[in-house]
Design a protein around this ligand. Sequence first.
Ligand code: ZN
Length: 493
Amino acid sequence: MPLYDIQPLKIYNSLSGKKEVFEPLNEGHVGMYVCGPTVYSNVHLGNCRTFMSFDMIFRYLRHLGYKVRYVRNITDAGHLVDDADDGEDKIAKRARLEQLEPMEVVQRYTVDFHNILEKFNFLPPSIEPTATGHIIEQMEIIKDILQKGYGYEVNGSVYFDVVKFNETFQYGKLSGRKLEDMIANTRELTAQDEKKSPQDFALWKKAEPQHIMRWPSPWGDGFPGWHLECTAMSTKYLGETFDIHGGGMDLKFPHHECEIAQAEASFGHSPVRYWMHANMLTMNGKKMAKSTGNNILPGEIFTGENNILSKPFSPSVVRFFMMQAHYTSILDLSNDALLASEKGFHRLMEALDTLEVLETGRKSDFDLEPWKRQCYEAMNDDFNTPVLIANLFEAVKRINLIKEGKESISQSDKLELTQTLNAFVFEVLGLEQQKEGNGASNKLSGVVELLIALRDEARANKDFPTSDKIRDQLAILGIQLKDGKEGTTFSVS
Ligand SMILES: [Zn+2]
């Protein structure tokens, strides 16, 4: 029986505000769409957290045996500077400032995005479509919305008629807003405004002569509105209704609200069964923002080149730090928090190394079944990684007790424990044994452990010249031995 049948997976659905049992549209298959980055600058660490949350969700769904089609787009056109319908296109603006072609900007920052995600050990999505690659699909949806009477054309631009839509459907249901309140709280339209109501949003914008990113359309040369691309790409690859739509909390309104409106206006029904939103990352208790300087790039964490850090941190330590919080909670990044995560991460990795060489006995003191069930229960409870990690540390504790000879484990339990830990640590949480810092390969670890054992023997025989030689020669190679209460440990510099 598959694991997800034993304990049903529950997902917090932002639309209903409740945890719901996850029932995919097609048994055994999951369609998941996540709003990707707008590639006009280096990827933000906060965005990395959002994508990492969905990478973990993708990994766990696959671990449960689902066949997952995961679509994460690249926004390379249509996203305007003020996130609404005014201002310059973010990519075109950057291109102008850097004297590049817009597609050079797109290429540069798409490569940066992929490089950073690879360092964090992300799995690639099944499809990574671009907005510019789906202009025709977007125009088709606009035609459909116009034909159904939920859009109107003014001077070469097309807008979505929110008031008309709200007569039949409900605009604002995802973000818990009422249209009347929204209209009451926004400024009055002026004579220059093309929109009928301030809540209307652009499906297609007329391109001014200086606008470089433009496409011919039935309404003249222009470009698609930002919200439209996600409706076009999600439904093209996942169908008019699909299982999971994710993104950062900040996209709930207006972006996701508009996606729902576009799909309902066009298809007549709700596009998404489970809406999931990942929460933000703060730094030293404050919102991260480039303008205030309270900001850090992923690359700066890996090199330690930022004032808030006392040292560099490896991508796996940062990943472990992020996984220690639930994806719907705000997480605060600080040097102390990263140091604590690094310690925990090393303890976990050391326990995995210890487990590999653990001697087995006839019986087991560690009852694996309830422990394993708790691990799955944590993850099936809306992907609760902090509770999962607490359970993993219960296993770390037991491994160390077995190592000290205070408990024992049978051969078959050792195998099962190894398999389960490997599955959660590497496959689901996506952590990696470190390549740098303390990250010696298993083979090197084995050799050093052997030398430590020989040194212990030499010391026991009071052969200090030999024991010192082993320590000093290792130090020359950059391997430091440290003698402590629980024996000798080593680190690689
Ligand atoms: Zn989107």
